[in-house]
Design a binder for this molecule. Sequence first.
Ligand code: 13P
Ligand code: SF4
Length: 302
Amino acid sequence: MTQNITEKIATLKKEKNAMILAHNYQLPEIQDIADYVGDSLELARVSQGITQDTILLCGVYFMAEITKVLNPDKTVLMPDRHAGCPMANMITPGQLAAEKKRNPDAAVMCYVNSNADVKALSDVCCTSANGMKVAQSLSEKEVLFIPDQYLGSYVAKRLPEKKFNLWPGYCPTHMVFSKEELMKLKDKYPDAKIVAHPECRLDVQEVADTICSTSQMIKYAQENDARQFIICTELGMLHRLKKENPRKEFIPGSQNAICPNMKLTTAEKIMWSLERDEHKIEVDEETRKRALGSIERMLKIK
Ligand code: 13P
Ligand code: SF4
């Protein structure tokens, strides 16, 4: 009897002693194949407790790279090595080194959507789930926040006692949301709550009922009495929101919010990846050790 792709993946997972982690933006079929689906912070934390030899990460490059930094003795695979995050490439180590010289008293707070060589030059990392807690944990009065200006603004606005210098990076996918479009949706769905990711522009953040990470959106929808939610983040998020809240309605804040890199992972590529042990993520040991410092400092903040 021939096996279908999902069955082949299950067989290969056993043979290779592998575990599949997927980000909330992955295609529905990938989320359904995965052993664990979560936001960036959850994926990092979960990877630390994995006993299998191989971790296959379905997401974008920086997520697989964090997994390798935290698990240097494991094989970390990505089904498509071209799945990068454009925001991560908006700051280079050279640019950061120069900016640090201009801000000698500032702590460098680095959004995890960044490359390991940039994390290696940073004091602490953060995700969209813990930005406030991380910033509050810093003793420095000045913070150089890289690379996302919008997550940085979200935190800076709520911590006026600190001085923030924001790097002008952004997520192209989250740029598609606008206050004008949201107001039109609000006319149509007046009781709906607007839920926005902190990567959204400030006009969108201003009209949102809550601003949170992708997994925090699920908790908000579960705990809130509203029956309709306008979701301002990548469209892949709607799969889990609907699956875990079948009685509620989720309306996309824009039909154009698609991260093309997140959609590069397919079931076939997962199968090939496990069959061929491709594509292995490697991080140079010196960079890994220094990036580990800023990631571990974040993970210690509960
Ligand atoms: P989360 O950590 O909220 O899942 O966000 C990651 C991301 O890339 C958002 O665009
Ligand atoms: Fe990067 Fe934006 Fe895609 Fe998230 S949605 S991975 S920030 S490009």
